[in-house]
Ligand binder design. Structure first.
Ligand SMILES: [Ca+2]
Ligand SMILES: [Ca+2]
Ligand SMILES: [Ca+2]
Length: 341
């Protein structure tokens, strides 16, 4: 009798552990829609360094989102837009790009995901810093005098121009951006992260194969984003139009959205993406995942150009790089969120 009771007890215990493992450990992150390698990468980055909340702030019963849907996971969270799965040709399609935009290659983004409708704002970043005490850092490279100069007195709170909640946050480095995405993941119970570089170009192109998401004409740039326009002093300025913002970034959403409903992919601020810098696309991933396996990953990719950029820097295919720990008033970031199927 005693032996059979022991067997029964062990059986119940094993079933209990199985249920706990199935429902307890896996329900707070949405991982089902990502490629397998991306899932492994994201699971490790999202769970590193911070405790899993006992009760996620947002409900476990998530509605299903379809392409074009917009949502916000909490009042302080960024507004998100759902992007459809699809394929595109990445790189210099128009023949006016740099060597680092080659070779052109096909990328298949085989999953739908959500992207910030805007660059992350000052108000959204404030909520993160107020909640976590995240460091302001020690200085920022600013363009107040029309040339980039390190200024130890400047940071995201005071970059040298007035910032309000609806402006895009500046003077944040790659590490700050990543910490913000991880905090948002733990706050909401959803998987937020930086975009991969290929996801970024996929959204910037929004189905186009032209120089910009809206076509080839520099004349129309001022409708879609803030750059060095004809009111600017920079010699590389776009003399075709005036976008109304000469000396600083524009509040997010000031310009027309692209075909996916996303704003400021061209200009306003350069945007940090997750990938390590590689000087060519030889060997680049073709499934939308982040390209990260490089011994020295201190340099990260920036995309889209900024309020001091000329037209060439705003091209969909254009790439730039910066040291991950550096902050400047021409770079911010945008986030992505994985969706369950
Ligand atoms: Ca401008
Ligand atoms: Ca931008
Ligand atoms: Ca470039």
């Amino acid at each position: 009798m005693g032996n059979s009771k022991g067997v029964m007890f062990r059986g119940i215990l094993l079933i209990g552990i199985w249920f706990a493992a199935l429902f307890g450990a896996t329900t707070w992150l949405d991982l089902s829609a990502t490629p397998r390698d991306l899932i492994v990468e994201l699971r490790s980055s999202a769970t590193k360094g911070a405790p899993v909340p006992a009760t996620p702030a947002v409900g476990m019963n998530q509605r299903r989102y379809g392409p074009g849907d917009e949502f916000q996971d909490c009042p302080d969270c960024p507004e998100m837009v759902v992007i459809p799965a699809g394929s595109f040709r990445m790189g210099d399609l128009t023949g006016e790009g740099d060597e680092d935009e080659k070779p052109v290659h096909v990328v298949r983004v085989g999953y739908s995901f959500a992207i910030g409708k805007y660059e992350v704002t000052y108000g959204e970043y404030s909520a993160f810093v107020n909640s976590t005490g995240h460091s302001d850092g020690s200085g920022c490279r600013v363009w107040a005098n029309d040339k980039g100069e390190e200024d130890n007195s400047k940071n995201w709170r005071d970059p040298g121009f007035i910032q309000s909640d609806g402006d895009p946050v500046v003077c944040v480095n790659w590490n700050d951006a990543t910490a913000y995405a991880q905090w948002l993941s733990h706050k909401t119970g959803r998987l937020y992260r930086l975009l991969s570089e290929s996801e970024w170009e996929y959204v910037a192109r929004a189905g186009s194969q032209t120089k910009y998401g809206f076509g080839n004409g520099d004349t129309f740039l001022c409708r879609y984003g803030n750059l060095a326009d004809k009111s600017s002093k920079y010699k590389w300025r776009n003399n075709n139009c005036d976008d109304g913002y000469a000396r600083h970034p524009a509040p997010v959403g000031s310009f027309t959205a692209n075909q996916f409903g996303v704003h400021d992919m061209h200009g306003n601020l350069w945007e940090w993406v997750a990938d390590c810098w590689h000087a060519s696309y030889s060997g680049a991933p073709s499934n939308g995942s982040t390209w990260k396996y490089r011994r020295n990953c201190s340099k990260r990719v920036l995309r889209g150009g900024s309020w001091i950029s000329g037209p060439g820097d705003l091209r969909s295919a254009n790439r730039d790089l910066a040291i991950a720990g550096k902050r400047s008033d021409i770079a911010g970031f945008r986030i992505a969120r994985m969706l369950s199927q």
